[in-house]
Design a protein around this ligand. Structure first.
Ligand code: GLN
Ligand code: ZN
Length: 760
């Protein structure tokens, strides 16, 4: 009997973050590598069994990884940067990911528009690639021993190359001929494993706007790979968007199946005829792999019915929309969550049941009219109905206010504003500041934790935080920094802090999602209309301002970043949710300025992260993201100086949007690239002030005065001193005081030197 349901991939970090813990213990030399491998085995077995028990038929192997699948693929191909080749095998893998004392780590970057980060392979013309198939083969056997025949997941050659970089800056796709033989060889080895075998080749790169040149590579490549053997069912899987251009081509190759995401790429519908005519299997991604909401089974069945108007049912396989890696693990440990809300959610383990249920109902197998399924369907209908009508979600007042909100931008043109602001704020050229946070010491983390658990009183907690703020202020004053910050000790996380104070936000206890390697994040979720019951930052900031005669910068997280780092309700467009957050923030800004705060920074660290994959959608996103940033600062008076901060530096394609945000000052990350990335600001005639980070805070290194002087001089080659602020390139919360103190002292010293030189 043919198999009917499918999971693209499963999270591997473990339901209690077991993998994280053992890895970190291994890195700290407290566990052996064998202990890591034992635990990895245990996790794989557990994860396979979860899927098997839920009735999942296509279960993957090689979706597991000790760090990252792109890194695994680099190892599989033998694409090992020169600086690592002499390392022993056990050392090599983590050295590539994390660096060693003598070798810098490989770069890491975002996996498409998710919050997962992969290791960027480095390719060089001198490399000779050689197959290392052991991980893939062993994982298959590991599952087979348990009686589970897996499909084998591998990252496709075009996605691998598209996401790699070449040390000589050349075109990575030129390496295709070098790696195809290795993929062929891999498939030949896989062929030895069983008579009938399925390989899922992930090609999410097909979900982007690809040039003709790249599309032209698809047919010869997949013709070749499919030719290795008819006994391998090759499925090419895409996700996060439609992949119509590629699907059209794949339909002309002998691959066995194509995986499409119908939730984030509903335009995939346009390709159905092609798939039908080529008689391929369609792996239909219909259960959301990127969000946490319970599936609406009835709707999903309707969606599948629609698909089956074109594709014969026997060629459809029901699937998650992408790997479940991007969702938290299980609801099992959520003990504190409101029961209603919990009933609206579904994490990875729960999604397995959904995929299974959907497939049973859709294919309506005669033996599956069992009660179990009809009961599950009933429960699902009830849960969705309760969510739809819940008073927790729908706030008419908020909806009305946000709908009729007319103040879409702040008063005054930039030139007029900056003149007035400079009269009030009286800062010199090359004014020094920081991005907001100061080191989060073990003591303040402990205090926050104890306060959350009710172990210390509010009073005690606030005293401790205030002591810390005092400490930050006196350090900044002594150091000679000119625009101060309070240091953000009260914030565990720049989004969670605001989420906790906004109505409409929910939190999980254990909803961890892998961000990279052993790092996990626990995004809050937006379930209802958002409003601000009371001021969120005013007490802290005004306290800090009361302790100094210098200017204290108020610190907020912007609407788009709050949105992009949360799981967002799926019953409203993101743009509407974002607008609600923006309106709440505009009230906060108004309260801050009424309390005497003269500079307010609205961080948009994740503005760029939310960019959709496809050009047409980018335009739509930019429009509302910009609108909502402007709404959030619309209450600022001409006199109030608005700053923003962005954590990345590639502004070339978004500079117009950045300009249109019209912040009086923007601080950005440029330290690692000299002044290259600043040039675009000059090129477009950017008027507002800019604080290009003068040193990299991501490393523990202390920059010397000399180095910062050089960096500032580089900046001055691009922009005039009157337009420049001097600051580190991001918040300091992950650093230690021993690093922060001398670094900032050197920064201030460097500015003194430059000012002297300029005044001479
Ligand atoms: N104000 C925040 C901080 O300093 C900004 C952090 C960020 O942009 N990631 O930590
Ligand atoms: Zn930053």
């Amino acid at each position: 009997m043919s198999k009917k349901n499918y999971i693209v991939g499963f999270p591997r970090i473990g339901e209690q973050r077991e993998l994280k813990k053992i890895l970190e213990s291994f890195w700290a030399k407290k566990s052996s590598f064998n202990e890591v491998l034992d635990l990895a085995h245990e996790l794989k077995v557990r994860h396979w069994n979860y899927q098997k028990d839920a009735g999942i038929e296509y279960i993957s192997s090689n979706d597991f990884s000790l760090y990252d699948n792109m890194l695994d693929t680099a190892i599989m191909l033998g694409a090992i940067p020169k600086r690592f080749v002499n390392l022993r095998e056990e050392e090599l893998y983590f050295a590539m990911a994390r660096g060693t004392n003598t070798n810098t780590a490989m770069e890491m970057t975002k996996w498409f528009n998710t919050n997962y980060h992969y290791i960027v392979p480095e390719l060089s013309l001198e490399d000779e690639y050689r197959l290392n198939s052991s991980k893939i083969i062993n994982e298959y056997k590991e599952a087979k021993e348990l009686g589970i025949q897996t499909k084998i997941n591998i990252i496709g050659p075009l996605t691998f190359l598209g996401l790699s970089k070449r040390v000589d800056q050349g075109d990575t796709y030129e390496f295709l001929d070098k790696i195809i033989p290795i993929y062929e060889k891999l498939l030949q080895e896989i062929l030895q494993l069983d008579d009938d075998i399925t390989v899922q080749i992930d090609e999410p790169i097909f979900s982007k706007d690809n040039e003709e040149k790249i599309l032209n590579l698809i047919k010869p490549l997949y013709d070749r790979l499919a030719k290795v053997s008819q006994n391998i069912n090759i499925i090419v899987t895409t996700y996060f968007e439609h992949s119509n251009e590629a699907t059209k081509i794949l339909a002309t190759t002998p691959v066995w199946g194509i995986g499409l995401d119908f939730l984030y790429g509903d335009e995939n519908f346009k390709s159905l005829e092609l798939i039908k005519n080529s008689d391929k299997k369609l792996i239909a991604g219909v259960v959301d792999g990127r969000n946490i909401w319970k599936n609406n089974i009835t709707k999903t069945i309707q969606l599948l019915e629609k698909i089956s108007e074109v594709i014969p049912k026997e060629n459809i396989i029901v699937s998650s929309s992408c790997s479940l890696l991007h969702t938290p693990f299980t609801l099992k440990y959520e003990k504190n969550m409101d029961a209603d809300i919990k009933n609206w959610l579904s994490f990875a383990v729960e999604k397995l049941d959904e995929v299974s249920l959907v497939s049973h109902l859709f294919f309506n197998d005669s033996d599956t009219t069992e009660d179990k399924y009809s009961l599950a369907l009933e429960a699902n209908k009830k849960a969705n109905e309760s969510r739809r009508s819940s008073l927790l979600i729908h706030d008419k007042e908020v909806q009305k206010r946000v709908k009729n909100f007319t103040k879409l931008s702040r008063d005054g043109e930039y030139q007029e504003r900056i003149k007035i602001q400079k009269e009030i704020l009286k800062y010199e050229d090359l004014v020094t500041t920081t991005i907001g946070s100061f080191p989060q010491t073990p003591e303040i983390r402990k205090a926050r934790r104890e306060f959350k658990k009710g172990e210390i009183s509010k009073l005690k907690y606030e005293e401790q935080m205030k002591d810390y703020i005092d400490h930050c202020i006196s350090f900044q004053e002594e150091c000679g920094i000119e625009v101060l910050v309070h240091g953000e000790p009260e914030r565990n996380d720049m989004v969670e802090y605001f989420g906790e104070q906004l109505k409409g936000y929910g939190f999980s206890q254990n909803g961890w999602v892998q961000s990279y390697g052993s790092r996990c994040v626990k995004p809050p979720f937006i379930f209802g209309d958002i409003s601000r019951p009371k001021p969120m930052t005013v007490d802290w900031i005004t306290y800090a301002q009361s302790k100094t005669d210098k200017i204290m910068k108020g610190m907020l997280t912007g609407p788009v970043t709050i949105l992009n780092w949360s799981f967002v309700r799926d019953d409203k467009p993101r743009s509407e949710v974002s607008k609600q957050i923006a309106v709440a923030l505009s009230d906060e800004i108004d309260d801050l300025q009424k309390s005497g705060i003269k500079i307010i920074q609205v961080d948009e660290a994740a503005f760029k992260e939310g960019y959709p994959l496809r050009f047409e959608k980018i335009k739509i996103y930019e429009k509302w993201a910009l609108r909502d940033f402007k709404i959030s600062v619309s209450s600022a008076k001409i006199q109030t100086q608005i700053h923003t901060h962005m954590c990345y530096s590639e502004f070339n394609d978004i500079i117009e949007t950045i300009e249109a945000m019209d912040a009086d000052v923007i601080s950005i990350e440029t330290a690692r690239s000299g002044n290259e990335l600043l040039k675009i600001f000059k090129k477009v005639g950017y008027k507002q002030e800019v604080g290009p980070g003068v040193y990299d805070i991501h490393s523990p290194r202390i920059p010397s005065v000399d180095e910062i002087v050089k960096q500032i001089n580089l900046l001055l080659e691009v922009l005039p001193k009157s337009q420049l602020w001097i600051n580190p390139d991001c918040g300091l919360k992950t650093r230690k005081w021993e690093e922060v103190k001398p670094s900032l002292q050197n920064m201030v010293e460097a500015v003194k030197i430059i000012r002297n030189e300029l005044n001479r």
